[in-house]
Ligand binder design. Structure first.
Ligand code: SAH
Length: 576
């Protein structure tokens, strides 16, 4: 199973069972109903919508609620049996495990695993599975069925009384009570070779083939995927037997290679090119650490194959291209974290950032390395991130809010830019770098207050750590004069006690005393506070380093709708 399951709970009564299921699956997250579950990893507000989204994205679902609820939520989506993820209902006290959907994607296997973890028998209802003790059509990770339709015919023949031989290595069938006979006409064949179409065979392909491409193979750019498939076909290999695409280190980051690996659905790994460049066979022999046979048109071919005796774990072949994801956590609340940032955190082998934010991004798995550092060592942290990523690790660099707003993204790019003439430059440049946006403090605060940024605005950091105070004064003057709404980041700190008062003096020279000011503190975090004041009331003692200060323009206003307790601040879209 590649995607870890979402464990969905509707109340605190299910939390203990949820954590037991979670412990069984690396990367699994507990999804809790907002308002009912307090310490979920992910929270959602509507069960039907949430289950539908999980199902559509192919995420395995373990719902700790009545089977009927799950069925009603997913019924409108049950179109294509071939692509559905496993869906199980588990009693919230852990007393029953009911596989519902995803017979071909391993739901019964999951039911057995969860049942074993909860120490109860699973409620298996699939006839082939009951008769034989395993679903023949759902081989374990590392194996793929050649044809589902043929497989279904084959299993119904066995249920009708036919026997079968097993050809090839199928260790997972050892404990299965299949009707076997060495002279049977039917055969389960485990082979990396393509299925011939014979009706009396059930062909299962192990993902045991590595394909290597030499530099020459990528010279023409596009069409690499088709050329690999043609070469595989010429060797009689099934495309689904391919486990890994191996390329020379010098091609790391090459887009044609990446497109080919994506189209082939294989892992892309790299190794040094051997003595004779362009010899893919040599690359395979030098890199593969398991017994294998090479297949190639000739020793100089730029595309060659190696067939191992068992499925290949791509992680053991050469090395990966490292990745650096610079992500924004949003203001703090898990519901305001972008799914792309969540995915980067789940995939990361290493997490870097200022301690407070790293804590906010957790909890992390035991296999993830956390490198928390002091807030001020930004350049050093950025270089460290590149060092880790260029060694093949997947690094998540975390900032609060948006990583590009007074945070790590610019430091990371500066480190890369500065390394232009350094020896490590090529290795750093080969790292897959992505910047994942987040909800910045000004936006999160504005949303709480209403829409104070509804018209032109600017964002300013009042910190003079990295820029001279005179620049800040000039910008404040111009922004105040231009009647822009202003969002102040880093408004004050112990080391910068006087700057905010000075900034307010400048603003007051241009703005009326009744100008609306919004103060958001720890927005999206426990103990959040939101206050609206006028510019004349505002004192620097109202503000600390965890506060966002939004100074309204001449048109920013507050109102309280009739009969409603809540006051709203907004800046109209129009201007007089
Ligand atoms: N990258 C961050 C900003 C980092 S600068 C972002 O996009 O939000 C740090 C400043 O942001 C703090 O001094 C404070 O002014 C503001 N800030 C960050 N998180 C905040 C929050 N949850 N509530 C209010 N202000 C916050």
């Amino acid at each position: 199973m590649t995607t870890p399951p979402a464990i969905v709970i509707l109340g605190v009564g299910a939390q203990a069972t949820a954590r037991r299921v979670q412990a069984r699956y690396e990367g699994a997250q507990v999804h809790g109903l907002q308002g009912r579950v307090t310490d979920a990893d992910v929270s959602f507000s509507e069960l039907g919508v949430h289950l539908g989204e999980l199902y559509a994205s192919g995420t395995p679902i373990v719902a700790l609620c009545a089977a009927g609820i799950v069925i009603r939520c997913l019924a409108p989506l049950l179109a294509n049996k071939g692509i559905e993820p496993p869906v199980l209902a588990v009693a919230e006290d852990g007393s029953a495990v009911v596989p519902l959907l995803g017979g071909l994607s391993g739901v019964n296997t999951m039911a057995r695993e969860i049942a074993a973890a909860l120490d109860v028998p699973p409620a298996i209802t699939t006839s082939g599975e009951l008769r034989f003790g395993a679903c023949v059509l759902n081989p374990p990770d590392g194996y793929t069925l050649a044809s589902l339709d043929q497989g279904k015919r084959f299993v119904s023949d066995l249920l009708a009384g036919e026997a079968t031989r097993i050809e090839g290595d199928a260790p997972w069938l050892d404990g299965v009570q299949l009707p076997r006979a060495d002279d049977a006409q039917r055969a389960i064949r485990v082979t990396p070779l393509a299925w011939s179409g014979a009706a009396d065979e059930l062909v299962i392909h192990p993902r045991s083939v590595a394909v290597a491409v030499a530099v020459d193979a990528t010279a023409t750019g596009d069409g690499l995927h088709e050329r690999i498939l043609d070469a595989a076909r010429a060797q009689g290999l099934a495309a689904t037997s391919l486990a890994v695409l191996l390329a020379p280190l010098s091609l790391m980051g090459n887009p044609a290679l990446q497109r080919a690996a994506t189209a082939l659905q294989v892992a892309l790994r790299y190794s040094a090119e051997p003595g004779a460049p362009g010899h893919a066979v040599d690359m395979l022999n030098q890199t593969l650490r398991v017994p294998h046979t090479t297949l190639a048109a000739d020793t100089k071919t730029p595309i060659a194959f190696a067939v191992a005796h068992a499925p290949l774990d791509p992680a053991t072949v050469g090395r990966a291209r490292g990745k650096l994801s610079v992500i924004g956590l949003g203001p703090g609340d898990a519901s305001l974290l972008a799914p792309a940032a969540r995915a980067a955190l789940a995939q990361a082998t290493d997490i870097l950032g200022y301690e407070t934010y790293v804590k906010m991004a957790g909890p992390f798995r035991a296999d993830q390395r956390v490198h928390g550092t002091d807030n001020r060592e930004e350049m050093q942290r950025a270089r460290h991130a590149f060092e880790l990523a260029s060694a093949g690790r997947r690094v998540a660099m975390v900032s609060s809010g948006d990583p590009g707003v007074f945070a790590m993204a610019a430091a990371v790019l500066e480190a890369l830019d500065d390394a232009r003439d350094e020896p490590q430059c090529a290795a750093w440049a080969a790292v897959e770098l992505e910047i994942v946006p987040g909800i910045s403090a000004a936006l999160a605060t504005a949303a709480q207050a209403g829409a104070p940024l509804g018209h032109d605005f600017c964002m300013l950091s009042l910190s003079d750590n990295l820029k001279p105070w005179s620049i800040i004064e000039t910008r404040l003057r111009h922004a105040a004069e231009a009647d822009l709404v202003m969002a102040f980041y880093n408004p004050i700190s112990r080391a910068r006690p006087w700057q905010l008062d000075k900034a307010l003096d400048i603003v007051r020279a241009f703005r009326a005393p009744k100008t609306i000011v919004v103060l958001g503190r720890d927005i999206g975090r426990p103990g959040a506070t939101l206050k609206t004041k006028t510019l004349s009331e505002l004192k620097s003692a109202d503000v600390d380093m965890r506060t966002m200060v939004i100074i309204g323009s001449s048109t920013t206003r507050v109102f309280r709708p009739a009969g409603s307790g809540q006051e709203w601040a907004y800046t109209p879209r129009w201007y007089e």
